[in-house]
Design a protein around this ligand. Sequence first.
Ligand SMILES: [Mg+2]
Length: 261
Amino acid sequence: MVVLSVPPEVTVILLDIEGTTTPIAFVKDTLFSYIRENVKDYLHTHWGEEECQQDVSLLRKQAEEDSHLEGAVPIPVRSEHGVDDTEQIIQAVVDNVYWQMSLDRKTPALKQLQGHIWRAAFTAGTVKAEFFEDVVPAIRKWRQAGMKVYIYSSGSVEAQKLLFGYSTEGNILELFDGHFDTKIGHKIESESYRRIATSIGCSPNNILFLTDVTREANAAEEADVHVAVVVRPGNAGLTDDEKSYFNLITSFNELFLPSST
Ligand SMILES: [Mg+2]
């Protein structure tokens, strides 16, 4: 097994999720298929709730802005003549969601409804987050060795808490000292990593960032953060240059902490 020694100044391990702790297929396939298969049922079940109506209003506004786009699906407003057109509106919302997802759009309106559908699924136990098998035992070991562990993902902090709160290994939120999302900045911008260090109260070179994406690794390194690129089944391949330039690990067990001697 390859062993990568963690530099002695490292006190914080910062983790990406997709492709690092969790198979990309779980996010891309399981979570997004769940939306397609369940959006209609979700709308029926929650239609009477204010939150659901707010989600629909936001999608309707987005649909108005999108009306010039090819294939855009408008969402009608409720009839004022006492006609029950709920079914028709729900179908329009479903069609709109399908259309947006087919273009891989990330509009706030779509993300908000998706977030609420996933929340319902996770809290009901219908969906459980998956991690590579080395992940949770390694994090426990790091914590015992005195490391702090943080998450940095483009998924919202709210979504991150669902993943770690409702996983195949139960609620493991207590293993993390904090969470960052793109509110602190994009993952391919080095300034984001400086801000994270400031927010944690350490210096960038006290942090080791683990990610599968080399553009993120480059940005972190530019900020003087230590990085290792995680190679997992289902991840995008690396070029030969990337393979020789970066420290690579295929399992968290390959990290060797100086304090664990
Ligand atoms: Mg990733």
